[in-house]
Design a binder for this molecule. Structure first.
Ligand SMILES: [Zn+2]
Length: 625
């Protein structure tokens, strides 16, 4: 917290206080405080004993620099007059305090966002001296939310009354020396012409996209960075739409909770819910989670770095995803009931309960579907006539997946780097252990490590290059001559094949219990496919088979999927008999459902649908829609 205070340059505190707060504490003794407001004392003693050394006045000034402490300090109440506290909604604290210039929040209803947005807008206008534009979808939303909720919040909080003026209208509120203008997005485009140094866009996914873009363009044209603040909040709708676009550019923070056995994890549907007992559980050890565990946690970004008040890494946005799984007043039973609600479709459940953008079922695969491929069989991986293929995804250490014709039998993650040991040693160990085994690596990692392995195990270590999909018949090409040791793969075609095979239960055989494969399966839950718009005409495209192109993306760790894909590529060439299925084609996608492997283990030329047939399929499909 001390650091946090030092970072924030708000007004309302003396330079002397700032100087002293940012001073190192070594040997620096502050006078004992005589007066500390009760609420503050409680919060501070819990979080930061050091601050006890400050005087009451200093504390009051310091808490004004941290929005959630400012809320507690002033004993602010919500629109119903209830005092705002963070014990039941611990996840909100960090979001209140996030003053990043660019923020994206994907959220379901009922998390207390309306109150937070109102208070933060007033806080930023007054304490950071910013003129703001606050948009809601329509003018009548402005009447309802500002004229209703916001006005009630102002009326019940003395400090907000002090900051605002009696003659303020619903469209415009003076806050100290600054202004907040409230606008509907479906009103005149002239509305976008008013100056502001920060735009807050609420309910983005219900707003007029064109108008939001106008605001954005105008703001980007500003000279000073400090005038380019833009915050986007919404329940999400679809992938690639609305708030999800901005969240995608963010550090993507999730609230991670910890079970009795110390597993720190993201709660997700359906793995965090025991349907039979109707309780929340740990995804790993299945221990029942208490409400206390479920509502307390910490925010960790997509790279595994805990949030400390500012964006870590090269992300434009500070991104928050909140789900109702963390709400103190939602039981597992409530969540299951919402899922089974016959009056609501699946998208509703995703958007309004999980706070996630929805993806059509063809475009993603649930981890639970992946787990249905588990077979309770022992894999004889030393069998002489069954070659082991190792797929390796580099980047975050090495994620590896091992399979042979009997099935996929091992996956793991190696990160350890010491003077005498690196993750590549693990793969060398497998290559030694399994006779004739082959390893396929992605090209993104430490090429020196791969080259060393290639020298040590000649003809058994390959580098896999992803390339854009082409119309060409072959989507996997093994390098020859100078290129030996490499393989090039049409990325999206091969990923589609892998996901479709996973959906077609039984093609993959994951040897072992479902519990053994949870982490592996969870990586599939982060994959989704998006349609890419191309200008090309159907049948004439050299990029997409039907003039429609898809791209697989991720919204979380997907390393094991790629590791499996690389080992699949190796299987096709070196083992060959895993999925000997010919001609089952999903014409809708123009891509065969299974890879075509001939008996000798080589990849057979693919049967591409003719342009005429493709056109017909596409037209029929559009008519159905
Ligand atoms: Zn656990």
């Amino acid at each position: 917290m001390v650091k946090r205070i030092a970072w924030n340059k708000g007004k309302g505190s003396s330079d002397e206080t700032k100087r002293r707060l940012s001073e190192s504490h070594k040997g620096y003794k502050m006078p004992q405080s005589q007066y500390v407001p009760f609420v503050i004392k409680k919060q501070i003693t819990m979080q930061e004993r050091l601050l006890n050394d400050y005087t009451g006045k200093e504390l009051v000034e310091a808490t004004n620099l941290v929005p959630h402490l400012w809320v507690l300090q002033n004993e602010l109440v919500n629109e119903s007059g209830q005092i705002i506290e963070f014990e039941k909604r611990a996840f909100l604290k960090a979001i209140y305090d996030d003053l990043s210039p660019k923020i994206a929040i994907e959220k379901p209803p009922q998390i207390g966002a309306t109150v937070m947005n109102c208070l933060k807008a007033f806080y930023v206008a007054h304490e950071l001296c910013k003129d703001l534009i606050y948009t809601l979808p329509t003018q009548s939303d402005v009447q309802d939310i500002v004229g209703g909720s916001f006005n009630r919040i102002i009326a019940q909080n003395a400090i907000l009354q002090e900051w605002t003026h009696d003659h303020d209208t619903v469209e415009q509120k003076a806050v100290g020396k600054n202004l907040i203008r409230f606008r509907g997005t479906f009103s005149s485009k002239q509305a976008t012409m008013v100056p502001s140094s920060g735009n807050i866009h609420d309910e983005v996914d219900s707003s007029d996209v064109e108008v939001l873009t106008l605001y954005q363009t105008r703001q980007e044209a500003q000279e000073k960075e400090e005038n380019k603040w833009a915050w986007y909040f919404s329940h999400p709708s679809l992938v690639g739409h609305g708030v999800a676009i901005y969240y995608e550019k963010s550090d993507k923070k999730d609230f991670r909770i910890t079970c009795d056995n110390g597993h720190e994890e993201i709660m997700e549907w359906p793995l965090s819910v025991d349907m039979m007992r109707e309780v929340f559980i740990c995804k790993i050890c299945k221990t029942v989670l208490t409400d206390k565990q479920r509502i307390n946690g910490r925010w960790i970004n997509q790279d595994g770095i805990p949030w400390k008040g500012k964006i870590e890494g090269n992300y434009e946005f500070s991104g928050w995803h909140i789900s109702q799984l963390h709400l103190y007043n939602k039981t597992a039973k409530d969540i299951i009931r919402a899922f089974n609600d016959p009056l609501k479709d699946k998208q509703f459940f995703y958007n309004y309960v999980l706070g996630l953008p929805f993806i059509g079922s063809d475009d993603r695969i649930e981890p639970k579907t992946v787990l249905m491929n588990c077979v309770d069989e022992v894999n004889d991986y030393y069998a002489k006539d069954d070659r082991v293929i190792i797929g390796c995804d580099t980047g975050h250490g090495i994620h590896y997946v091992l399979q042979n014709r009997q099935g996929v039998f091992l996956y793991g993650h190696e990160t350890e780097i010491t003077a005498t040991k690196d993750p590549y040693d693990k793969i060398a160990h497998f290559l030694r252990t399994f006779e004739k085994s082959v390893a396929v690596f992605d090209q993104g990692g430490d090429l020196i490590g791969v080259r060393k392995l290639q020298a040590k195990f000649p003809g058994r270590v390959f580098l896999c290059f992803y390339r854009k999909d082409r119309k060409s018949d072959s989507y996997v090409d093994w390098g020859e001559g100078d290129e030996f040791g490499t393989v090039r793969v049409d990325r999206n075609r091969q990923m589609t094949i892998m996901v479709e095979q996973m959906r077609d239960i039984g093609r993959y055989r994951l040897c072992g219990d479902r519990e053994d494969w949870i982490e592996f399966a969870s990586h599939f839950g982060y994959l989704y496919r998006e349609q890419i718009e191309t200008d090309s005409k159907p049948g004439k495209s050299d990029r997409g088979l039907l003039g429609v192109e898809y791209e697989w993306k991720r919204n979380g760790p997907d390393h094991f999927c790629h590791a499996l894909l690389y080992s699949d590529v190796g299987m096709q060439r070196f083992s060959g008999q895993k999925a000997k299925i010919f001609g089952t084609r999903n014409a809708m996608m123009g891509i065969p459902k299974a890879e075509m492997v001939s008996a000798d283990g080589t990849v057979r030329a693919m049967d591409v649908p003719s342009a005429d047939m493709a056109q017909t399929v596409l037209l029929n499909w559009k008519n159905i829609k």
